[in-house]
Write a protein that binds this ligand. Structure first.
Ligand code: SF4
Length: 196
């Protein structure tokens, strides 16, 4: 059965879509349909906001409610915002894990819509240059690296609690170059271990 919401630790994770504008070489879904025993590849289609809201219930039970899953959550922007409203109404906190291409995907700047709805935004940086990004993330749209950086800069300008993340497997030198790039944009960088 398809998994729309799943718990890890004290957090609840939401899996709204299979769609993604990248095909990262390190993605947990490469060649897999499950993660941590959850069937995250949605075979029966995307869930409605109402279905996900019903599964969340009282969001104050969780540390954070995180838009994550097997695809890029901003493809479901409208439903994501409905879910954020519910989470906040029931005393919870929201976080978005994103590849930062939401504005590129939608063709307009989505950042103003995120203000007040997301308590944290984790933007995958993954590489310090466009060339390296294209090799590792294999974006489906041209200009993805630039669009991701513009999205991040827009989050900073909007005063959102946003940060970049990289996986440690890219190596110390690349991590340092990512840190410099993050500084230029004006957001913090968090380095996380690779998830197998
Ligand atoms: S952006 Fe995220 S979901 Fe998309 S391919 Fe990369 S790691 Fe996977």
């Amino acid at each position: 059965m398809d998994t729309y919401t799943y718990s890890i630790g004290n957090n609840l994770y939401l899996n709204l879509t299979n769609r993604c504008s990248n095909r990262c070489t390190f993605c947990v879904r490469e060649g897999k349909e499950t993660y941590e025993g959850y069937a995250l590849w949605l075979r029966g289609g995307e869930p409605t906001a109402e279905t996900v809201i019903a599964q969340i219930g009282d969001a104050s039970r969780f540390g954070e409610v995180v838009f994550c899953g097997f695809g890029e959550p901003t493809y479901r922007l409208d439903d994501m915002l409905k879910i954020c409203t519910h989470v906040h109404k029931t005393g919870g906190k929201t976080r978005l894990n994103t590849n930062g291409q939401g504005s590129l995907i939608h063709g307009y700047d989505i950042v103003p819509l995120l203000a007040g709805n997301l308590d944290g935004i984790n933007i995958s940086l993954n590489a310090p240059t466009e060339e390296a990004y294209n090799a590792v993330c294999r974006p489906q749209r041209g200009g993805a690296f630039r669009a991701m950086l513009d999205f991040a800069a827009a989050c900073r300008k909007e005063g959102l609690n946003a940060w970049f993340s990289v996986v440690d497997c890219i190596g110390a030198e690349a991590v340092e170059a990512c840190r410099n790039l993050a500084n230029e944009v004006g957001l913090p960088l968090r380095v996380r271990p690779m998830i197998e």
